[in-house]
Write a new protein. Structure first.
Length: 659
């Protein structure tokens, strides 16, 4: 069933066309991803569909009694409200019913034989149940918890929340409303990997229709079954997820260009024939020329496919090479505050980063990833531990909040302030490579969008000539085209890259190692995102096995030992550095020690089971017990249990001792 449709939608500001001739439909239950470069009109399209923007041409239709919920890039919370008050505002209808139930209950208590009141109370309770009155409090707790809002945050004022916290709170509020059509504008910004996975699972089971504006390619692959691309003022519709869209888009462009070129060749051939017929001047050929001209006039001319808009051009270079040892850290810890207000972010962080590595740091929000980067840069001092920066290391820093940009400068002034040796013409040519064209270079930095500020920060980093790039969420505000160009530039960079990122597509392409920061240390994964996921699942399974299966009998096989063993890399040895090989050998030795302890414990368990089984057999054969049928039944049952248990332990023993 079609729940939303649009026909020839257009939005025009003066002579600036944002969207034109946009026609599409959305079926109930569809998951639609909306993609396109920054400024293409994606948010404009959502605003038209919600009625927040008027439609200049065309029309759209939404099914009757359909509730539309919209997550904007900017929320509309009251600043003086608390977190829980902002959420409570969603359930005003339920609160109203609660009050009516209390009042009606009191009236029924005073008039227990009034059937009208009893029926009224029953109807209210049914309405309360239908609207989720009995479950909404647990849903609030569950969704707030998934968005990293614990009970200790419920009374925080909205005005004290960070931009990321407000985004997460707005998303939590919208999910609790459960609209029929869920419109999400960049919902993955400021979410850590754990929350992203939870959101993907939640949306996959969501009963309504979803339309998502996103630049997160991995998220789109996991959540949508259709893609709407906003490009060159038009909306193109594709079936499938992002990966399918990318392939189909390339095929569409190739087919359109081929059809256009073929038609142009045929038109040129016909025009040449007409010209030759007319040249001969005979009546017969003149008629033929006239006939061909008429046929040519009636051909439906294909429009030349619009070329893709220019892509950002970026190339990171280093002015000089660093030493082989870039960063060495031992036992780093960082906390803030004093006494009861002291907050510990992380401790026991060890790092050994070599030249040319591409390190990606992941971890939950609030664990201190940005703080760790600033500590490595020397902007913050560690509370504990030792940090050594290698020879000739020159840092270039990209901060996710763009706090290093001066909002009062123009784009051109911002660049000239740091790099005075370039002429204005050279500066404008460089900015043109980052899609700042014409008068764009005179825009105030404070008026730029998040994506434009991101591109300006990348210009400055490219010109810095740093040999060690430290990047804090660099892809957050980049569109998909810019992300792909940026990723290629990092892959070609000969220096060292250290990145904090939650972009899983990025994590699957860039790192040579992934480091997961936790409150009590850092865990190393010698591979990319898929490998990281695989090893995390193995480690979690190992912990569960130690806890549930081995129990108290696994005194030697500690959780730390097993974690270290499960974290060994499957990467080919020839691709590893000497330090990585040493780490890998230590992990293998730890795994062998764990296995030896486990085999020894199983041997002891087998001996004990066999001893008890032999004792029971002796009791069953004893002459004095031959006529005690109750005892013999108990002994027989226990003997069967031991035999079954012994078989299981033997199977595990053979598995462990032969692998």
């Amino acid at each position: 069933m079609i729940i939303l449709s649009a026909n020839n939608l257009a939005k025009i500001y003066g002579t600036d066309v944002i969207i034109e001739k946009a026609s599409f439909h959305v079926n109930a239950g569809d998951r639609v991803g909306i993609v396109g470069r920054n400024g293409a009109g994606k948010t404009t399209l959502l605003n038209m569909l919600t009625g927040e923007l008027s439609v200049d041409e065309g029309e759209f239709f939404v099914s009757a009694n359909t509730r539309v919920g919209y997550l904007k890039q900017r929320d509309n919370f009251f600043k003086d409200h608390t977190v829980i008050e902002a959420i409570d505002d969603i359930f005003t209808d339920i609160h109203r019913i609660e009050e009516e139930i209390h009042k009606t209950s009191d009236m029924v208590a005073a008039n227990p034989h009034d059937e009208k009141l009893i029926h009224r109370l029953d109807a209210l309770q049914q309405e309360y149940d239908a609207k989720g009155g009995y479950t909404y409090k647990s849903e609030i707790t569950g969704i707030l918890s998934s968005m990293a809002f614990g009970p200790d945050t419920y009374n925080k004022k909205i005005s004290t929340l960070s931009g990321g916290e407000r985004t997460r709170l707005a998303l939590a509020a919208l999910l609790l409303e459960k609209p029929d059509i869920l419109l999400l504008d960049e919902p993955t910004n400021h979410l850590d990997i754990g929350t992203l996975k939870w959101l993907e699972q939640y949306l996959s089971s969501y009963k309504g229709t979803i339309m998502i504006v996103s630049h997160d390619r991995y998220f789109l692959d996991q959540t949508v079954n259709r893609i709407f691309e906003v490009e060159n003022h038009k909306v193109y519709c594709y079936d499938g997820n992002y990966t399918a869209f990318a392939a189909k888009k390339a095929q569409r462009r190739e087919a359109e260009l081929r059809a256009y070129n073929n038609q142009q060749k045929e038109i040129a051939r016909q025009e040449e024939m007409i010209r030759r017929f007319k040249q001969h001047g005979t009546e017969l050929l003149a008629k033929r020329a006239q006939s061909r001209e008429k046929r040519l006039e009636h051909i439906e001319r294909l429009e030349r496919p619009e070329s893709e808009m220019g892509k950002m051009k970026i190339h990171f270079r280093q002015n000089f090479q660093s030493g082989n040892d870039v960063i060495f850290a031992e036992g780093l810890a960082k906390d803030f505050g004093w006494g009861s207000n002291k907050k510990e972010l992380f401790r026991n962080v060890d790092l050994d980063i070599k030249r040319g590595e591409r390190i990606c740091i992941v971890g939950p929000n609030g664990v201190g990833k940005t703080t760790l980067l600033r500590t490595l840069l020397g902007e913050l001092n560690p509370t504990e531990g030792r940090l050594k920066i290698g020879h000739n290391v020159a840092f270039g820093y990209y901060d996710q909040g763009q706090q290093l940009l001066n909002n009062n400068n123009t784009v051109l002034e911002e660049l000239k302030e740091s790099y005075r040796l370039y002429t204005d013409t050279e500066m404008r040519n460089i900015l043109g490579r980052f899609l700042f064209h014409g008068d764009d270079v005179f825009l105030p930095v404070g008026s730029l969008s998040g994506g434009e500020k991101a591109r300006l920060s990348l210009v400055k980093m490219m010109l810095s000539g740093a040999n060690t790039l430290i990047l804090d969420e660099p892809t957050n505000h980049l569109d998909i085209d810019s992300k792909e160009v940026f990723e290629e530039a990092l892959l070609e960079f000969p220096g060292t890259v250290i990145v904090v990122s939650h972009d899983r597509y990025f994590l699957q392409r860039i790192p040579t190692r992934i480091l997961e920061l936790e409150h009590d240390g850092i865990r190393e994964y010698l591979g990319k995102y898929d490998y990281y996921l695989e090893k995390k699942e193995q480690i979690q399974s190992a912990k569960k096995y130690l806890t549930e299966q081995l129990g108290g009998g696994a005194k030697g096989a500690t959780s730390a030992d097993f974690d270290q063993a499960m974290n060994q890399s499957a990467a080919p040895a020839e691709n590893l550095s000497a330090a990585q090989l040493r780490t890998l050998n230590k992990q293998r030795e730890a795994e062998e020690r764990r296995k030896a302890r486990l085999v020894a414990r199983l041997e002891e368990e087998i001996a004990a089971l066999e001893e008890e089984s032999a004792d029971i057999e002796a009791q069953m054969c004893a002459e004095e017990n031959m006529n005690d049928y109750e005892l013999l039944a108990k002994l027989s049952t226990r003997h069967e249990e031991l035999a079954k248990k012994l078989e299981e332990v033997y199977e595990e023993y053979f598995t462990q001792s032969t692998c």
